[in-house]
Design a protein around this ligand. Structure first.
Ligand code: ADP
Ligand code: MG
Length: 240
């Protein structure tokens, strides 16, 4: 069977600096994956590499059987990758609705459906990108990726810097996307939240995969989570 995504022997980084090495990973249609790990281990670099935004010096990236490693970023979008970077790229000088319209590609997702998912965005449809709160910007960044009608959605720390209420809104939306059958990769520092809305988990450490399994099993093993993600250690350092 053709996998949705198949990464093999991947080496990537920035110019001469190798961040990710010898990485292999596969995903099937409809799968949701939490990509976890301490700060600086290469999570964002991996997503950026899938989009063609880093220096990739070795390996292959196949999307539905086709090699995409040589394609420019916009061609990877067209091939089915949707990407919401950590910086939440939206156009500050366009309205919410214009931001969505310029990202439209044929497929089931359209502007009206993004408004169904995020009613707040419809209320703000005439506001400009630079007039939105952090949570609204994240909704718009996700909405822009969705109207591109991706087969695989890559989300880089969508909950970062949001209030607890906004986190819940975004998390509910991610859960709804997963339940609709959209495949997604969710990078998060909020490990528990990410594990609650995903099927599988991959943990990175210094550019390599150090754990793979089901999200439920990892969530149930607090000690393992603490060791791999440094949660307990960081807590004890903070309280010393
Ligand atoms: N644009 C860049 N240029 C050079 N080095 C970078 C760049 N972005 C990240 N790095 C380095 O790559 C490593 C992995 O970073 P990153 O992928 O952002 O980690 P994470 O997302 O897991 O926190 C870090 O050592 C970081 O300093
Ligand atoms: Mg990052």
């Amino acid at each position: 069977m053709t996998r949705l995504l198949e990464i093999a022997g991947l080496r990537a980084g920035y110019r001469d600096a190798v961040v990710i090495d010898d990485l292999a990973l596969a995903m099937d249609a409809g799968e949701s994956l939490a990509l976890l790990g301490r700060n600086g281990v290469g999570k964002s670099t991996l997503l950026a590499t899938l989009m063609g935004l880093t220096t990739m010096s070795r390996g292959s990236i196949r999307l539905q059987g086709s090699e995409i490693a040589a394609l420019a970023s916009h061609r990877r979008n067209a091939a089915g990758l949707g990407y919401v970077p950590q910086e939440r790229e939206i156009f500050a000088s366009l309205s919410v609705e214009q931001n969505l319209r310029v990202a439209l590609r044929p497929g089931p997702w359209n502007v009206a459906q993004v408004y169904d998912l995020f009613p707040r965005l419809e209320e703000r449809r005439a506001n400009f990108g630079n007039q939105l709160s952090g949570g609204e910007q994240q909704m718009l960044a996700m909405g822009r990726a969705l109207v591109g009608n991706p087969r695989l959605l890559l989300l880089d720390e969508p909950l970062e810097g949001l209030s607890p209420i906004m986190m819940d809104v975004l998390l509910d939306a991610i859960k709804a996307l997963k339940d609709s059958g959209l495949a997604l990769v969710l990078v998060e520092q909020h490990a528990h939240m990410a594990l609650e809305v995903t099927d599988r988990v991959v943990v990175l450490d210094r550019g390599r995969i150090v754990h793979q399994g089901t999200s439920a099993a990892f969530l149930a093993d607090e000690a393992h989570m603490g060791r791999l993600l440094g949660l307990a250690q960081e807590d004890s350092i903070a309280t010393d």
